[in-house]
Design a protein around this ligand. Sequence first.
Ligand code: TRP
Length: 334
Amino acid sequence: MSKKRVLTGITTSGTPHLGNYVGAIRPAVEASLSGTFDSFFFLADYHALIKCQDPDRVHQSTLEIAAAWLALGLDPKKVTFYRQSDIPEIPQLTWLLTCMTAKGLMNRAHAYKGAVQANEEAGENADSAVTMGLFSYPILMAADILMFNAHRIPVGRDQIQHVEMARDIAQRFNHHYGDHFVLPSAQVDDDASVLQGLDGRKMSKSYGNTIPLFLSEKQLKKHINKIKTNLLEPGEPKDPGDSTVFQIWQAFASPDQTETMRAAFADGIAWGEAKKQLFELINGQLKEPREKYLELIENPSRVESVLQQGAEKARQHSQNLMSVLRNSVGIRPL
Ligand code: TRP
Protein backbone atom coordinates (compact mmCIF):
# COMPACT_ATOMS: atom_id res chain seq x y z
CA MET A 1 0.00 0.00 0.00
CA SER A 2 1.31 3.43 -0.78
CA LYS A 3 1.94 5.88 2.01
CA LYS A 4 -0.66 8.44 3.04
CA ARG A 5 0.13 11.82 1.63
CA VAL A 6 0.40 14.80 3.98
CA LEU A 7 0.45 18.33 2.59
CA THR A 8 0.64 21.77 4.09
CA GLY A 9 1.36 25.30 2.93
CA ILE A 10 2.99 28.23 4.69
CA THR A 11 1.96 31.71 3.63
CA THR A 12 5.04 33.81 2.86
CA SER A 13 4.10 37.07 4.50
CA GLY A 14 6.02 37.04 7.78
CA THR A 15 9.18 36.14 9.68
CA PRO A 16 9.15 32.67 11.27
CA HIS A 17 8.70 32.77 15.06
CA LEU A 18 8.84 30.31 17.96
CA GLY A 19 5.09 29.66 17.66
CA ASN A 20 5.49 28.58 14.01
CA TYR A 21 8.31 26.30 15.08
CA VAL A 22 6.46 24.56 17.91
CA GLY A 23 3.08 24.44 16.17
CA ALA A 24 4.04 23.63 12.59
CA ILE A 25 7.70 23.31 11.64
CA ARG A 26 8.88 20.92 14.37
CA PRO A 27 5.98 18.44 14.09
CA ALA A 28 6.14 18.52 10.28
CA VAL A 29 9.89 17.92 10.16
CA GLU A 30 9.62 15.12 12.73
CA ALA A 31 6.79 13.44 10.83
CA SER A 32 8.69 13.69 7.57
CA LEU A 33 11.85 12.16 9.05
CA SER A 34 9.92 9.21 10.47
CA GLY A 35 9.14 8.17 6.89
CA THR A 36 5.54 7.19 7.74
CA PHE A 37 4.09 9.67 5.28
CA ASP A 38 4.72 11.03 1.85
CA SER A 39 5.08 14.71 2.76
CA PHE A 40 4.48 17.78 0.62
CA PHE A 41 5.40 21.17 2.07
CA PHE A 42 5.18 24.35 0.09
CA LEU A 43 5.62 28.10 0.30
CA ALA A 44 2.23 29.62 -0.42
CA ASP A 45 3.41 32.79 -2.13
CA TYR A 46 0.27 33.31 -4.22
CA HIS A 47 -1.65 33.23 -0.94
CA ALA A 48 0.69 35.85 0.51
CA LEU A 49 -0.53 38.39 -2.06
CA ILE A 50 -4.00 38.28 -0.52
CA LYS A 51 -2.86 39.92 2.68
CA CYS A 52 0.50 41.40 1.85
CA GLN A 53 1.02 43.77 -1.06
CA ASP A 54 4.54 44.72 -0.16
CA PRO A 55 6.75 43.02 -2.80
CA ASP A 56 9.93 43.16 -0.72
CA ARG A 57 8.17 41.62 2.26
CA VAL A 58 6.78 38.73 0.19
CA HIS A 59 10.17 38.13 -1.38
CA GLN A 60 12.13 38.31 1.88
CA SER A 61 9.58 36.17 3.72
CA THR A 62 9.85 33.47 1.07
CA LEU A 63 13.60 33.30 1.63
CA GLU A 64 13.28 33.38 5.42
CA ILE A 65 10.65 30.67 5.62
CA ALA A 66 12.43 28.37 3.18
CA ALA A 67 15.75 28.88 4.99
CA ALA A 68 14.10 28.25 8.37
CA TRP A 69 12.59 24.92 7.34
CA LEU A 70 15.85 23.75 5.81
CA ALA A 71 17.92 24.93 8.79
CA LEU A 72 15.57 23.10 11.16
CA GLY A 73 16.19 19.78 9.53
CA LEU A 74 13.78 19.44 6.65
CA ASP A 75 15.40 17.02 4.23
CA PRO A 76 14.36 17.91 0.68
CA LYS A 77 15.33 14.41 -0.43
CA LYS A 78 12.72 12.87 1.85
CA VAL A 79 9.89 15.30 1.14
CA THR A 80 8.62 17.39 -1.73
CA PHE A 81 9.43 21.00 -0.81
CA TYR A 82 8.45 23.64 -3.33
CA ARG A 83 7.15 27.12 -3.96
CA GLN A 84 3.54 27.38 -5.07
CA SER A 85 4.28 29.87 -7.86
CA ASP A 86 6.74 27.43 -9.47
CA ILE A 87 3.82 25.12 -10.24
CA PRO A 88 1.85 26.75 -13.08
CA GLU A 89 -0.70 23.93 -12.92
CA ILE A 90 -1.97 25.23 -9.57
CA PRO A 91 -3.56 28.41 -10.96
CA GLN A 92 -4.81 26.36 -13.92
CA LEU A 93 -6.55 23.95 -11.59
CA THR A 94 -7.84 26.89 -9.58
CA TRP A 95 -9.84 27.96 -12.62
CA LEU A 96 -11.33 24.52 -13.24
CA LEU A 97 -12.36 24.41 -9.58
CA THR A 98 -13.67 27.98 -9.65
CA CYS A 99 -16.11 26.87 -12.33
CA MET A 100 -17.32 24.07 -10.06
CA THR A 101 -17.62 26.15 -6.89
CA ALA A 102 -20.92 27.64 -5.79
CA LYS A 103 -20.65 31.32 -5.01
CA GLY A 104 -22.82 30.62 -1.98
CA LEU A 105 -20.11 28.36 -0.59
CA MET A 106 -17.59 31.20 -0.75
CA ASN A 107 -20.09 33.60 0.85
CA ARG A 108 -19.88 31.39 3.93
CA ALA A 109 -16.08 31.46 4.28
CA HIS A 110 -14.97 32.82 7.69
CA ALA A 111 -12.24 35.07 6.31
CA TYR A 112 -14.66 36.81 3.94
CA LYS A 113 -17.48 36.95 6.48
CA GLY A 114 -15.12 38.38 9.07
CA ALA A 115 -14.05 41.15 6.69
CA VAL A 116 -17.68 41.99 5.87
CA GLN A 117 -18.62 42.06 9.53
CA ALA A 118 -15.70 44.36 10.37
CA ASN A 119 -16.81 46.71 7.57
CA GLU A 120 -20.40 46.77 8.80
CA GLU A 121 -19.30 47.48 12.34
CA ALA A 122 -17.17 50.34 11.06
CA GLY A 123 -20.14 51.70 9.09
CA GLU A 124 -18.43 51.01 5.76
CA ASN A 125 -19.76 49.40 2.62
CA ALA A 126 -19.95 45.62 3.26
CA ASP A 127 -17.36 44.78 0.60
CA SER A 128 -15.04 47.68 1.24
CA ALA A 129 -11.42 46.60 0.58
CA VAL A 130 -12.52 43.01 -0.02
CA THR A 131 -10.65 41.72 -3.08
CA MET A 132 -11.63 38.77 -5.22
CA GLY A 133 -8.40 37.20 -3.91
CA LEU A 134 -9.76 37.22 -0.37
CA PHE A 135 -13.20 36.11 -1.50
CA SER A 136 -12.11 33.13 -3.55
CA TYR A 137 -9.00 32.19 -1.60
CA PRO A 138 -10.48 28.87 -0.44
CA ILE A 139 -10.51 27.80 -4.10
CA LEU A 140 -6.80 28.47 -4.52
CA MET A 141 -6.22 26.50 -1.34
CA ALA A 142 -8.41 23.67 -2.66
CA ALA A 143 -6.23 23.58 -5.80
CA ASP A 144 -3.07 23.36 -3.63
CA ILE A 145 -4.50 20.35 -1.86
CA LEU A 146 -6.34 18.52 -4.65
CA MET A 147 -3.48 18.89 -7.13
CA PHE A 148 -1.41 16.41 -5.12
CA ASN A 149 -4.22 14.13 -3.97
CA ALA A 150 -3.26 14.71 -0.36
CA HIS A 151 -5.16 12.83 2.36
CA ARG A 152 -4.14 14.72 5.46
CA ILE A 153 -3.80 18.45 5.84
CA PRO A 154 -2.17 19.62 9.09
CA VAL A 155 -3.57 23.09 9.80
CA GLY A 156 -4.54 25.45 12.59
CA ARG A 157 -8.17 25.64 13.71
CA ASP A 158 -8.85 28.70 11.59
CA GLN A 159 -8.13 26.65 8.47
CA ILE A 160 -10.44 23.68 9.08
CA GLN A 161 -13.26 25.27 7.14
CA HIS A 162 -11.02 25.71 4.10
CA VAL A 163 -10.08 22.05 4.07
CA GLU A 164 -13.76 21.13 4.33
CA MET A 165 -14.46 23.42 1.39
CA ALA A 166 -11.71 21.70 -0.59
CA ARG A 167 -13.46 18.44 0.15
CA ASP A 168 -16.84 19.81 -1.00
CA ILE A 169 -15.34 21.18 -4.18
CA ALA A 170 -13.56 17.87 -4.87
CA GLN A 171 -16.80 15.97 -4.41
CA ARG A 172 -18.63 18.19 -6.82
CA PHE A 173 -15.86 17.90 -9.41
CA ASN A 174 -15.68 14.12 -9.02
CA HIS A 175 -19.43 13.82 -9.35
CA HIS A 176 -19.46 15.84 -12.54
CA TYR A 177 -16.26 14.82 -14.31
CA GLY A 178 -15.29 11.45 -12.80
CA ASP A 179 -13.35 10.31 -9.78
CA HIS A 180 -10.18 12.38 -10.03
CA PHE A 181 -9.61 13.68 -6.52
CA VAL A 182 -8.87 12.16 -3.13
CA LEU A 183 -11.11 13.72 -0.46
CA PRO A 184 -8.80 15.48 2.05
CA SER A 185 -9.23 15.78 5.83
CA ALA A 186 -7.90 18.45 8.16
CA GLN A 187 -5.55 17.32 10.90
CA VAL A 188 -5.58 19.68 13.86
CA ASP A 189 -3.01 19.42 16.62
CA ASP A 190 -4.21 19.63 20.19
CA ASP A 191 -3.96 22.91 22.01
CA ALA A 192 -0.72 21.88 23.68
CA SER A 193 1.10 22.88 20.52
CA VAL A 194 -0.20 26.45 20.52
CA LEU A 195 2.53 28.59 21.99
CA GLN A 196 1.77 31.70 24.03
CA GLY A 197 3.33 35.00 23.02
CA LEU A 198 4.94 37.79 25.06
CA ASP A 199 1.54 38.97 26.36
CA GLY A 200 0.15 35.50 27.13
CA ARG A 201 -2.18 35.35 24.12
CA LYS A 202 -1.51 32.91 21.27
CA MET A 203 1.83 33.82 19.68
CA SER A 204 0.86 35.40 16.39
CA LYS A 205 2.12 38.01 14.00
CA SER A 206 -1.28 39.68 14.08
CA TYR A 207 -0.96 40.31 17.84
CA GLY A 208 2.60 41.62 17.54
CA ASN A 209 3.63 39.39 20.46
CA THR A 210 6.06 37.03 18.76
CA ILE A 211 9.60 35.92 19.44
CA PRO A 212 11.27 35.50 16.04
CA LEU A 213 13.06 32.17 15.66
CA PHE A 214 16.46 33.33 14.58
CA LEU A 215 17.35 36.32 16.66
CA SER A 216 20.88 36.95 17.83
CA GLU A 217 21.56 35.62 21.34
CA LYS A 218 21.38 39.14 22.69
CA GLN A 219 18.04 39.86 21.04
CA LEU A 220 16.63 36.47 22.06
CA LYS A 221 17.52 37.23 25.67
CA LYS A 222 15.90 40.64 25.38
CA HIS A 223 12.68 39.20 23.97
CA ILE A 224 12.48 36.51 26.64
CA ASN A 225 12.90 39.19 29.29
CA LYS A 226 9.81 40.91 27.87
CA ILE A 227 7.52 37.91 28.54
CA LYS A 228 4.74 39.08 30.82
CA THR A 229 4.82 37.79 34.41
CA ASN A 230 3.02 38.68 37.62
CA LEU A 231 4.53 40.61 40.51
CA LEU A 232 5.39 37.71 42.80
CA GLU A 233 8.76 38.16 44.52
CA PRO A 234 11.63 35.65 44.63
CA GLY A 235 10.80 33.05 47.28
CA GLU A 236 7.05 33.26 46.72
CA PRO A 237 5.62 30.08 45.14
CA LYS A 238 4.45 30.56 41.56
CA ASP A 239 1.68 28.86 39.61
CA PRO A 240 3.00 27.16 36.47
CA GLY A 241 -0.58 26.90 35.20
CA ASP A 242 -0.92 30.63 34.53
CA SER A 243 2.64 31.37 33.47
CA THR A 244 3.72 32.04 29.91
CA VAL A 245 7.34 31.44 30.92
CA PHE A 246 6.36 27.95 32.05
CA GLN A 247 4.20 27.30 29.01
CA ILE A 248 7.06 28.14 26.65
CA TRP A 249 9.50 26.17 28.82
CA GLN A 250 7.29 23.12 28.49
CA ALA A 251 7.22 23.40 24.69
CA PHE A 252 11.02 23.08 24.55
CA ALA A 253 11.86 20.96 27.60
CA SER A 254 12.02 17.20 28.10
CA PRO A 255 9.45 15.79 30.57
CA ASP A 256 12.19 15.66 33.23
CA GLN A 257 13.17 19.27 32.68
CA THR A 258 9.52 20.25 32.90
CA GLU A 259 9.16 18.55 36.28
CA THR A 260 12.32 20.24 37.54
CA MET A 261 10.95 23.63 36.52
CA ARG A 262 7.58 22.84 38.09
CA ALA A 263 9.37 22.15 41.38
CA ALA A 264 11.38 25.37 41.03
CA PHE A 265 8.11 27.29 40.62
CA ALA A 266 6.77 25.72 43.81
CA ASP A 267 10.01 26.74 45.53
CA GLY A 268 9.56 30.34 44.44
CA ILE A 269 12.17 30.67 41.69
CA ALA A 270 12.69 34.37 40.77
CA TRP A 271 11.22 35.40 37.41
CA GLY A 272 14.61 36.65 36.30
CA GLU A 273 16.17 33.28 37.01
CA ALA A 274 13.36 31.35 35.30
CA LYS A 275 13.78 33.53 32.21
CA LYS A 276 17.53 33.05 32.24
CA GLN A 277 17.05 29.29 32.25
CA LEU A 278 14.43 29.57 29.50
CA PHE A 279 16.88 31.54 27.37
CA GLU A 280 19.54 28.87 27.86
CA LEU A 281 17.15 26.06 26.98
CA ILE A 282 15.89 27.67 23.79
CA ASN A 283 19.25 29.06 22.75
CA GLY A 284 20.81 25.61 23.16
CA GLN A 285 18.30 24.15 20.75
CA LEU A 286 18.50 26.96 18.21
CA LYS A 287 22.25 27.57 18.15
CA GLU A 288 23.07 25.14 15.38
CA PRO A 289 20.00 25.81 13.23
CA ARG A 290 20.72 29.55 13.60
CA GLU A 291 24.14 29.13 12.02
CA LYS A 292 22.69 27.13 9.14
CA TYR A 293 19.91 29.66 8.75
CA LEU A 294 22.27 32.63 8.51
CA GLU A 295 24.39 30.78 6.00
CA LEU A 296 21.34 30.13 3.81
CA ILE A 297 20.09 33.70 4.11
CA GLU A 298 23.46 34.85 2.85
CA ASN A 299 23.30 32.40 -0.05
CA PRO A 300 19.81 32.72 -1.51
CA SER A 301 20.85 30.91 -4.68
CA ARG A 302 21.31 27.73 -2.67
CA VAL A 303 17.77 27.99 -1.38
CA GLU A 304 16.56 28.79 -4.87
CA SER A 305 18.18 25.67 -6.25
CA VAL A 306 16.57 23.48 -3.57
CA LEU A 307 13.20 24.98 -4.50
CA GLN A 308 13.78 24.42 -8.21
CA GLN A 309 14.51 20.77 -7.57
CA GLY A 310 11.39 20.56 -5.44
CA ALA A 311 9.32 22.13 -8.21
CA GLU A 312 10.61 19.57 -10.66
CA LYS A 313 9.53 16.78 -8.35
CA ALA A 314 6.13 18.34 -7.70
CA ARG A 315 5.49 18.97 -11.37
CA GLN A 316 5.85 15.28 -12.16
CA HIS A 317 2.51 14.97 -10.40
CA SER A 318 0.89 18.23 -11.34
CA GLN A 319 1.61 18.07 -15.07
CA ASN A 320 0.20 14.57 -15.32
CA LEU A 321 -2.90 15.31 -13.33
CA MET A 322 -3.52 18.58 -15.12
CA SER A 323 -3.45 16.92 -18.51
CA VAL A 324 -5.93 14.27 -17.33
CA LEU A 325 -8.18 16.98 -15.88
CA ARG A 326 -8.04 19.18 -18.94
CA ASN A 327 -9.04 16.21 -21.01
CA SER A 328 -11.86 15.33 -18.64
CA VAL A 329 -13.44 18.79 -18.89
CA GLY A 330 -13.29 18.73 -22.70
CA ILE A 331 -10.18 20.79 -23.28
CA ARG A 332 -8.24 18.54 -25.64
CA PRO A 333 -6.76 18.51 -29.15
CA LEU A 334 -9.27 18.43 -31.97
N1 TRP B 1 -4.12 29.29 4.13
C1 TRP B 1 -3.14 28.62 4.93
C2 TRP B 1 -2.83 29.48 6.17
O1 TRP B 1 -3.09 30.67 6.16
C3 TRP B 1 -1.88 28.33 4.17
C4 TRP B 1 -2.16 27.41 3.05
C5 TRP B 1 -2.27 27.73 1.72
C6 TRP B 1 -2.39 26.01 3.15
N2 TRP B 1 -2.54 26.62 1.00
C7 TRP B 1 -2.63 25.56 1.83
C8 TRP B 1 -2.43 25.11 4.22
C9 TRP B 1 -2.91 24.21 1.58
C10 TRP B 1 -2.71 23.79 3.95
C11 TRP B 1 -2.95 23.34 2.65
O2 TRP B 1 -2.34 28.94 7.15
